[in-house]
Design a protein around this ligand. Structure first.
Ligand SMILES: Nc1ncnc2c1ncn2[C@@H]1O[C@H](COP(=O)(O)OP(=O)(O)OP(=O)(O)O)[C@@H](O)[C@H]1O
Ligand SMILES: [Mg+2]
Ligand SMILES: [Zn+2]
Length: 509
């Protein structure tokens, strides 16, 4: 007898259907899984056999063949245990085939038959719903995550026994998984507030512009001036995520197996700050069982690289293409796959190994040491930074107890107004923020008058700018104009934007 169970696998962050076909026939006892299984799928045989026995059924001593179709894609991970076990039980007539005809099943099994959570369930349920599947059998821990999609029946099971009982009419999922009942993760109040940062008005202004248009920023300055401190306060002034953005980011965390409580939608923009010892595959993603890297975990949020020159150069270089494209393509033996990676890059660094080049105390480094240090950050990477900002040492007076600094809430209010202008501007486009504008959009939304054009031409020649830098200046100027509630980019906006592209000439010459 042949049974067909609907299951799924991941390609990047999207899912595709895998049909788990089970055939049971007489002959010498044999248990075989075909369809390019990786080693985890092979191990599945042992888990399935033991789990079925431990649930109280005699494992059939027949010839069992499992085919995972389509056969030409590589299936990873242990999540086919449950559909395989159900397929065998259907062939054994313990479950009626007709009852699981239009049901999707996913999950790993432990030896005692307990259903273990799977990665990427959100993407799978999303795909299955589009395919018209009505019932989703998922491990209990994945239940609320699966229910985020809405409009389908989620049956969250704790064990193989519960799956059998469900199909035979004896078990209904105890939790009511209608979408209205799923609690969205409420972002905790960000305890880090800009009011802690004294002075540094120009740096804060630069970060406000960055937050308002999703621009990349580089902060360069002496030790102890507040660079790390300010970067960590960025999440408190970023706009809230829209529902679509939330789903996208949650899918990535689901695929990475990193949904903190296995249920909540991620509603807060991610802020990732990997250590500088990170390998390039951890940064961009990959691995034998592919996992999104930091640049994808930062999707729709911030990737903060503190002490930029300390990062391995090749790790930084592989980020270049993903930064342009907003997604990263990873090539593997069995084809390529893509993860989204649209993030705002925030970097901080000292200008030299001792840290004091160009500021108050005397720098102890030789010219050679300084250029060697700075050159760890490549020209092409620098060119991708929209806003370069020099941080000076904080003054004694600024640190005084009576100095008031503006709280994050006030800064965020201005950011949100600028975002509202962008929402209106891009309402018919896929673009979300000024930083993501195409050349055509730049032409349409950053039209310059005569005076502004002359100013930009002069800067272009004086600073020897690249074509990319030219476009970045216009995008930043657009954001500055948005913060100023202006329809047109004016001279003041443009000259401030140009000033944020001047540091590479100062330090990198
Ligand atoms: N502008 C500031 N206002 C208030 N406190 C500050 C300011 N700048 C620095 N500090 C204090 O100094 C500490 C160190 O600052 P921070 O780590 O941000 O420096 P940094 O610029 O990142 O230095 P480094 O280049 O060494 O990494 C902060 O935790 C804070 O206590
Ligand atoms: Mg620091
Ligand atoms: Zn120095």
């Amino acid at each position: 007898m042949l049974a067909k169970i609907i299951s799924g696998a991941l390609a990047g962050i999207d899912a595709y259907t895998v049909d788990v076909e089970t055939d049971l026939c007489g002959g010498l006892p044999k248990f075989e899984i075909v369809g390019l299984p990786d080693s985890a799928v092979k191990e599945s045989k042992d888990r399935v056999r033991t789990a079925i026995k431990n649930c109280g059924y005699a494992f059939p001593s027949k010839q069992i063949t499992i085919n995972l179709a389509p056969a030409d894609t590589r299936k990873e991970g242990p999540a086919f245990d449950l559909p395989i076990a159900v397929g065998i039980l259907v062939c054994m007539n313990i479950i009626k085939a007709k009852n699981c005809e239009n049901a999707f099943i996913i999950g790993e099994l432990s030896l005692d038959g307990v259903a273990r959570p799977a990665s990427g369930v959100l993407s799978m349920v999303c795909h299955m719903k589009n395919e018209g599947v009505k019932t989703m059998i998922v491990p209990f821990e994945n239940g609320e995550e699966a229910a985020l999609i809405g409009g389908v029946d989620i049956v969250a099971v704790k064990s193989l026994t519960e799956v059998v009982a469900y199909f035979n009419g004896g078990f209904t999922s105890t939790v009511d998984y209608r979408t209205e009942n799923v609690c969205l993760e409420t972002p905790p109040d960000n305890p880090l507030d800009f009011s802690d940062v004294k002075g540094q008005d120009s740096a804060k202004r630069a970060l406000e512009i960055a937050a308002a248009g999703a621009h990349n920023v580089l902060m360069i300055g002496p030790p102890g001036s507040g660079k790390t401190m300010m970067a960590k306060r960025l999440p408190g002034i970023l706009p809230d995520m829209g529902f679509d953005e939330s789903i996208e980011t949650t899918k990535i965390y689901s695929v990475a197996g990193m949904l903190a409580n296995k249920r909540a939608l991620i509603t807060k923009r991610p802020f990732r700050s990997p250590h500088h010892t990170i390998s390039y595959s951890a940064l961009t993603g990959g691995g034998r069982v592919p996992k999104p890297g930091e640049i994808s975990l930062a999707h729709n949020g911030v990737l903060f690289l503190d002490e930029l020159p300390e990062f391995q150069k090749n790790a930084l270089e592989v980020m270049r293409q993903p930064m342009e494209d907003g997604n990263v393509t990873i090539a593997r033996i069995n084809g390529t796959f893509t993860y989204p990676s649209d993030f705002m890059l925030v970097c901080s660094m000292n200008p030299c190994p001792c840290g004091y080049y160009g500021s108050g105390p005397k720098c102890a480094c030789s010219q050679n040491e300084i250029s060697k240090y700075l050159n760890r950050v490549s020209g092409p990477l620098l060119d991708r930074i929209d806003i370069q900002v020099e941080i000076s040492a904080v003054s004694y007076d600024d640190l005084g107890p009576n100095r008031e600094a503006e709280p994050s809430a006030e800064i965020k209010a201005r950011v949100l107004q600028a975002i509202a202008m962008q929402n209106e501007r891009f309402k018919d486009d896929a673009t979300r923020f000024n930083a993501g504008m195409s050349s055509r959009q730049i032409e349409a939304y950053c039209a310059l008058g005569d005076k502004e054009r002359k100013l930009l031409k002069k800067a272009f020649e004086r600073l020897n700018l690249s074509g990319r830098a030219y476009h970045k200046i216009l995008k930043v100027a657009r954001t500055i104009a948005d913060l100023d509630h202006r329809e047109r980019v004016e001279t003041a906006h443009l000259s401030e934007a140009i000033q944020y592209r001047s540091l590479d000439r100062k330090y990198w010459g």
